[in-house]
Design a protein around this ligand. Sequence first.
Ligand code: GRG
Length: 296
Amino acid sequence: MIESYLKEKASLIDQSLDQITNELQNVPERLLESMRYSLLAGGKRLRPILVLATIESLGKNESIGVPFACAIEMIHTYSLIHDDLPAMDDDDFRRGRLTNHKVYGDAMAILAGDALLTEAFGLIVKGAKQANLSQDCLIRILEDAVCSAGASGMVGGQVRDILSDGTKLNLEQLEKIHRHKTGDLIAFSIRTGAHLGQASSDTLRALTQFAYYLGLAFQIQDDILDVVGDQEVIGKPVGSDEQKNKATYPAMLGLDQSREKLQQLIHEAKESISHLPDLNPDRLLQIADFLLHRDR
Ligand code: GRG
């Protein structure tokens, strides 16, 4: 059952993040509290789970991926904290609780995000040392981290999004924003699993394609849930995209066509990894199907 797999892996990530942040040395108490407040608030842990599932699908032991998976969750959580700030989306609730700046103030929320991002890189290096990873492999992961989270990746996507406020986007422009804002970190997760699982270059390419289909599908479902979701279940207010006049798939295509596009993307995602000699795709296919029907 995919639900029990996701639950078990989310709990492994929760425990590891708790331990990793508890072991940080010389961190001012209030900063650590603020970092842990958002990090341990129980997100779905999709990105770290994708790291582990990709390693497993390549027939390797997933445990080598845990520090890398946690590092990616730290980068993701930093982006959520900063995205919620008054200068960005100005949101009050995230992961079912008050947003970081509502509890700790803007300055501490900014710094908690900065610290999570920086510590993530430390954790990647620590994970590489623990696993005796080759320098080549570590460099590939670090390069991917910079490209996917940095100025040409997630941050770039967020900037394109902000600059498009008040303008009328077409579908192609919207997809470019999401490819970077949402897709790049999802691709980084899967590519990290592929590097750690020693995927061939053809398989790495196919997994990257799978990741971008999945990332876009994930975003469309996020947009759909903002229209038809249950606030109690998703942990943040619904209807906020419409209220903020955001360009979304339901706003551009309507709900029915957005759902069709979502199904099409999941189909293409699954096709792209179904016939590779060094990959057993079953787990990743199950996750793709689960995302199609997720309610949070
Ligand atoms: C501020 C640098 C910077 C970037 C912000 C990720 C992001 C970019 C903004 C968050 C807002 C948003 C809706 C982004 C789209 C990606 C997305 C659906 C994020 C939410 O991810 P989930 O659903 O959240 O995996 P949990 O809480 O489950 O981890």
